[in-house]
Design a protein around this ligand. Structure first.
Ligand SMILES: Nc1ncnc2c1ncn2[C@@H]1O[C@H](COP(=O)(O)OP(=O)(O)O)[C@@H](O)[C@H]1O
Ligand SMILES: [Mg+2]
Length: 157
């Protein structure tokens, strides 16, 4: 079997690490992300994947807090500017691909130029990256379970 062979029962690649968290409130999600943000060493790309309202932006806000970004409450959905830069322990880039409809538009964002050195990059709607998905990124999958509950799954290679 090759390294990329999938485990027959769970669809997870052999070398992938999976952690599942249950969040019961916005605060839970923020605190989880903040804890993860504190552990980042710089250079991580974090792919945030899940439906509208599942908590991706809130999670990005928590990451910012954990990274020591002072204006972490200002981490909001980028609307016209699709890439926002904040400064904490590292440069933190928050990207939202919601309004993006083609790979060409993604190219134009110049993500390769920010996914360098110790920069931390969090990308909402990261499934739109398709073939541009960077290797070794941390995936965070959100599921809205209703009534303020979310499941948040971390996958890292
Ligand atoms: N457990 C939870 N985790 C995250 N968000 C929650 C939770 N419960 C309720 N919410 C609410 O859901 C919304 C999530 O919004 P947002 O983070 O902008 O989602 P997305 O960026 O995925 O569209 C917020 O209004 C938040 O208060
Ligand atoms: Mg969002």
């Amino acid at each position: 079997m090759s390294d990329t062979a999938k485990h027959p029962s769970n669809g997870i690649k052999k070398d992938e690490q999976k952690q599942v968290f249950h969040s019961s409130s916005s605060e839970d999600t923020f605190n989880l992300a903040s804890r993860i943000g504190k552990q980042l060493r710089g250079g991580e790309v974090i792919l945030l994947i899940g439906e509208l309202g599942s908590g991706k932006t809130l999670f990005a806000k928590g990451l910012a807090r954990g990274l020591g970004v002072e204006d972490s409450q200002e981490v909001t959905s980028p609307s016209f500017t699709l890439v926002h830069q904040h400064l904490g322990r590292f440069k933190f880039y928050h990207v939202d691909l919601f309004r993006i409809s083609s790979l060409d538009e993604i190219y134009q964002l110049g993500l390769e130029e920010i996914m360098i050195a110790k920069n931390v990059v969090a990308i909402e709607w990261a499934e739109k990256l398709g073939p541009l998905t960077p290797k070794n990124a941390i995936k965070v999958l959100f599921r809205n379970l209703g009534e303020g509950k979310r499941s948040i799954t971390l996958l890292r290679e």
